[in-house]
Design a binder for this molecule. Structure first.
Ligand code: GLC
Ligand code: GLC
Length: 792
């Protein structure tokens, strides 16, 4: 079914053809510090660096109606008022189209012979959104219309903006000068930043006070000034500052006019804040307005953005007989990896931009999706993350992008966290060959003077596991492992506390994790190889610890048909056939098969068979089976979710690639490929059921025990992006970066395909013929172009 849109691969766009999508289908804009979320009806917001502390536009989550608030354009044409993106007016359009592209969105609406084509993008090198509004009169008669812009300012801190009204409603301040409306709340005191919204021609009216523009009891769909064709020329003092320009436009038949709006952010040095008492220094804003004063300038900036993405997306390309695979690999999966890298889990239409900063484990995993695209930024990220670690190897679960300081807002003491630093660093060095990063000095908890080398950080990360082993010689789980919701030491009976931050009774706990055990073995092997490369003598100890862990898993982690999931606080089994519910879990099947634990004895094949038998359903592999049907105080949040959702037997897409990779490592191509297709959105048949964007992975699809299996949620920001990238590029298509070259080892039942792969200073053109004999080929790294035909 193609109800709501389709892919346009040549222009790397997803084309939405109906505005009333089953959920707002969004896109992201921005590549550096200024970022925007934009829905297919132009809803959403932007921020500078940090979605919590530097929110520029106000946005109300989960509102009624859904997705209200954004950067809106209104057109008043006679007695008709409409918006190019349908919302907020919802006036029926004669035609509508939204094209979400790489870092830009273009929305076109047509009504009564007038076409409004609005291109939104965040240019490279400028902290702003540029909106090019192109109006074309396609009708036979002249048009006299009013064009209104609209944006509502957030008072910077997105959290207090929604809470502290006794203060907020008195602090709002603006300035109006020239063609620009400035938002300067709190600039008078400790802030040195303001925002602005300007247009490249003199306006005919403006408003900066929300009540004057909209009317107290009107909605965004019916601003009183627009209905009347007027502007209040209001200057906001407190209440809710907004920005709206009015342009009175006349268009002859066939005539086209373009207007450029710039919505930007400015930071001034402390000594250059004001030009006169209370009057802000507008120079940087005017500079930005000048940079986008003409259509030619906008086109050049837009072309630069296109070049940026073309450059990135030309580094890894596949050409196969499966279009869904090609568009996922060549366009959308890599794009999503970039977005997820920028935002971690902070701001989407499911993450409010307030609750979470950059996760320690999340950001490390995200690296796997972008090391081949932006290695220099990966390098910086690794150093930033490592700097939030504690001297004992433990870490803050997240840090704030603005300050790069760790915090405990969503808990701490997750015992898988440290290992992900090894994961991220190995991925980076394999891609780049930059062993030098290991010698970079990195502090603990950002304390100056505490620096040790990154290599030391990796060693203490590894040691954090061996320092925290439980009664079976398996890793103690701490607050939780990758599954944030398996809270084995928390015993919460108080609905008013968060599972993430409540007391964690690790003292005397016997709770051990098989997921961490598998992760430890897999990453430990990689780590040992890394240490050998740099002739570090501790490689042998690492190998010995890995071997011990393997034995412990075989002795205490095997349930007969699959790997156990964990031992609880009291030492009872979780994820065993002996359990009433939650007999089998995906995480340990994924990690222990990726680590190939007990492969010779047939354990991996058995575990994968069991995963397919009990976890697989039409839409992917569920996290656990059977789902928990009631709350278990011993297990915590996992059993708080209704059956089939989230960590309780949802298809938590992030961990499906673990099984896919496990399958591929076991040489089970058909199984790997089937699992991949099930979670990959380009293969989605029923867009309405899936609900969320058909061009990006989502964190969770409702599982077989849910009321509506197949319904997706939490799209965009998820480890699924990086992990499916790793699964498809390395395990399926078989292009595996090594410390000294590329290993080609495919496992995908699609016959012949071509790969273009940029690797460091080398460029490989590979034609891979899968003839059925299997095996692998190693291509040692050598700068320059190489064309190879490979028969496997
Ligand atoms: C969320 C978190 C991630 C966690 C996962 C499973 O996606 O961002 O850190 O591993 O849920 O609980
Ligand atoms: C909740 C979510 C989980 C997420 C965690 C941290 O527990 O279910 O997916 O990782 O919150 O915010």
């Amino acid at each position: 079914m193609d109800n709501f849109g389709h892919f346009d691969d040549t222009s790397r766009e997803y084309v939405i053809t109906r505005p009333d999508t089953p959920w707002p289908w969004i896109n992201y804009m921005g590549t550096e510090d200024f970022f925007s979320l934009i829905s297919n009806t132009a809803g959403g917001y932007c921020f500078y660096k940090d979605a919590k502390f530097r929110r520029i536009l106000r946005y109300r989550y989960n509102g009624v109606p859904m997705d209200d608030g954004g950067r809106y354009y209104y057109i008043k044409d006679g007695s008709t008022v409409w918006s190019p993106g349908w919302k907020p007016c919802k006036t029926p359009l004669d035609s509508y189209e939204c094209r979400h592209g790489m870092g830009y969105t273009r929305i076109t609406g047509v009504k009564d012979g007038l076409k409004a084509d609005v291109l939104f993008f965040v240019p490279i090198g400028h902290p702003c959104e540029v909106h090019r509004v192109r109006l074309t009169n396609a009708g036979p008669a002249p048009k006299h219309i009013q064009l209104y812009s609209f944006a509502e300012w957030c008072l910077w801190n997105a959290s207090t903006d929604m809470e502290n009204f006794q203060r907020n409603l008195s602090t709002g301040e603006v300035e109006v000068e020239g063609d620009v409306l400035y938002h300067k709340t709190e600039y008078r005191e400790r802030r040195n930043h303001y925002a602005f919204f300007g247009v490249n021609r003199p306006f005919d009216g403006f408003d900066t006070d929300r009540e004057t523009f909209i009317g107290l009891y009107n909605g965004f769909d019916a601003p009183q000034q627009v209905l009347a064709g007027t502007s209040g020329n209001s200057v906001a003092h407190g209440w809710s500052p907004v920005a709206s320009h009015r342009l009175d436009v006349t268009l002859k038949p066939g005539e086209e006019k373009e207007f450029i709006f710039v919505l930007g952010y400015v930071e001034n040095p402390a000594d250059k804040k004001f030009v006169a008492p209370g009057v802000i220094n507008k120079e940087p804003a005017l500079g930005m307005m000048d940079a986008f004063a003409s259509v030619a300038q906008v086109e050049a900036a837009f072309a630069e953005l296109k070049t940026y993405w073309d450059g990135l997306l030309s580094r890894f390309c596949v050409q196969s007989s499966v279009p869904e695979l090609d568009r996922t690999v060549n366009i959308w999966n890599q794009y999503q990896c970039m977005i997820t890298f920028f935002f971690s889990r902070s701001a989407s239409f499911f993450e409010s931009g307030i609750g979470r900063g950059m996760g320690f484990r999340d950001s490390n995993q995200d690296l796997a999706g972008i090391v081949h695209l932006i290695p220099e930024r990966a390098r910086q990220r690794i150093l930033d993350i490592a700097a939030t670690q504690f001297p004992d190897g433990g870490c803050y679960h997240q840090y704030q992008p603005l300050t790069k300081r760790g915090n405990n807002d969503i808990g701490g003491g997750f015992n898988d966290d440290p290992l992900w630093l090894i994961f991220g660093t190995v991925a980076y060095i394999r891609e780049t060959g930059d062993f030098g990063i290991l010698q970079e000095p990195v502090p603990f908890d950002n304390k100056p003077g505490s620096e040790v080398s990154l290599l030391e950080h990796l060693k203490i990360s590894f040691k954090h596991v061996t320092d925290n082993l439980g009664p079976h010689g398996l890793p103690l789980i701490g607050r939780a492992d990758w599954n944030d919701c398996m809270n084995l030491n928390c015993f919460s009976d108080n609905p008013d506390e968060s599972f993430q931050t409540t007391e964690n009774k690790t003292e005397g706990s016997k709770a051990e994790s098989l997921m961490i055990a598998g992760l430890f073995v897999a990453e430990g092997r990689d780590f040992a190889e890394l240490l050998e490369r740099i002739s570090d003598k501790t490689a042998a100890d690492v190998k010995a610890a890995v071997a011990d862990m393997e034995s412990a898993v075989k002795a205490h982690g095997w349930d007969g048909e699959w790997f156990l999931r964990a031992y609880d606080y009291f030492g009872n089994k979780i994820g065993s056939h002996e359990c009433k519910e939650g007999k089998i879990f995906i995480e340990s099947q994924g990690w222990c098969t990726m680590a190939r634990i007990g492969a010779e004895e047939g354990l991996c094949d058995k575990a994968l068979d069991s995963a397919n038998k009990y976890l697989e359903c039409e839409h992917g592999l569920v996290l656990n089976n059977p789902a928990y049907t009631k709350y278990y105080i011993d297990y915590g949040e996992i059993s708080s979710y209704p059956e089939g959702y989230k960590e309780n037997a949802g298809i938590f897409c992030h961990n499906n690639p673990w099984v896919i990779i496990g399958e591929a490592m076991a040489g089970r191509a058909e199984d790997a490929w089937r699992h991949y297709q099930k979670i990959t959105p380009a293969f989605t048949k029923d867009q309405a059921l899936r609900k969320v964007e058909p061009y990006v992975f989502c964190q969770m699809v409702a599982g077989k025990d849910a009321v509506k299996p197949g319904e997706g949620k939490n799209s965009w920001l998820t480890g699924t992006a990086a992990w499916t990238w790793k699964a498809v590029s390395e395990a399926l298509l078989g292009i595996k970066p090594q410390f000294d070259g590329l290993l080609v080892e495919p496992c995908i039942p699609i016959g012949t395909y071509r790969i273009h792969r940029r690797f460091r200073e080398a460029e490989y053109e590979l034609v891979i013929h899968q003839t059925g004999k299997g095996g692998k080929v190693f291509i040692p790294y050598k700068p320059g172009k190489q064309e190879l035909e490979i028969n496997l």
